[in-house]
Write a new protein. Structure first.
Length: 271
């Protein structure tokens, strides 16, 4: 009787393992499904049918050196790749701004009333954020998928992608991107050098729903960018620099064309 029970138990275990394997295979994504999900995550970072305006609070945390805060208003017209960033605080930086127009990025300093050439790879006001972090992502245009797999990220069932750049204009040649499968939103991103060294980690813990005439969109409530190269040891433990970006007062509606021009930054810097 014991032998019969053992044989039955072994068969049940084999059947259970086989079922688990089949179930796993059934829920694994095909290449076309993985590509579609990544495209959905990319599209969620852009607003092509209207302009996007929001208030940004950017807090830079340097371990051992305290925190600094920058407040700015950001205007985006993604369908023409134009955007404007107007800095409101602190007082010493008020009136400074950034402008992308005709695929060129300019930085304006009201102290000398000059526009100087900038780059998407430049750090925003000395933080760990690049100016490109405030613009749409272009995963499918600038990268190819090297691999993808199912993974759990906290409470989220995600697809994690390993991406390699196909364009020399990108900020980082290798990316790992986590996308939640139920809604197609990016939850985490890691940026790597060509040699495979991890440079930055970006986490997006939550999103908010913003409505427009054409429908609703989900945008981050906040983002946390950790610089994996910059930091210091505190009490024997490595603490990395972090930049926390909070987004509020988001509006999806067309802005005046003048907002995306140099004269607009010059005008607003004096207010």
């Amino acid at each position: 009787m014991i032998r019969i029970f053992n044989v039955f138990s072994k068969k049940a275990a084999v059947a259970s393992a086989a079922f688990a394997l089949l179930s796993s295979a059934a829920f694994s994504m095909t290449s076309s499904e993985a590509e579609a999900l990544l495209k959905k995550a990319e599209d969620s970072t852009a607003f092509y049918e209207t302009d996007f305006t929001a208030s940004y609070e950017v807090v830079q945390d340097r371990p051992g050196d305290g925190r600094s805060k920058t407040n700015a208003t950001i205007y985006r017209r993604d369908r023409t790749s134009n955007w404007t960033i107007l800095i409101l605080a602190p007082a010493k930086d008020k009136g400074k701004g950034y402008l992308q127009t005709d695929n060129t990025i300019w930085f304006y300093d009201p102290a000398d009333r000059r526009f100087t050439f900038s780059s998407s790879k430049d750090k925003f006001q000395g933080t760990n954020a690049n100016t490109s972090d405030f613009a749409p992502m272009n995963f499918t245009r600038d990268y190819k998928i090297e691999s993808f797999s199912d993974v759990k990220l906290g409470a989220y069932d995600c697809e994690v992608y390993s991406l390699r750049a196909t364009s020399k204009s990108v900020d980082y040649p290798i990316l790992k991107v986590w996308v939640s499968k139920d809604d197609g939103l990016m939850r985490k991103k890691e940026d790597f050098s060509l040699s495979g060294q991890k440079l930055r980690t970006t986490a997006i813990p939550s999103y908010q729903v913003i409505s427009s005439a054409s429908g609703s969109h989900q945008i981050p409530v906040s983002m946390v960018i950790q610089d994996n190269l910059r930091g210091k040891k505190i009490d024997g433990k490595m603490a990395y620099e972090k930049t926390m970006i909070s987004i509020s007062n988001a509006v999806l509606k067309k802005q005046d064309d003048a907002v995306y021009t140099k004269p607009y930054l010059e005008l607003m810097s004096g207010r």
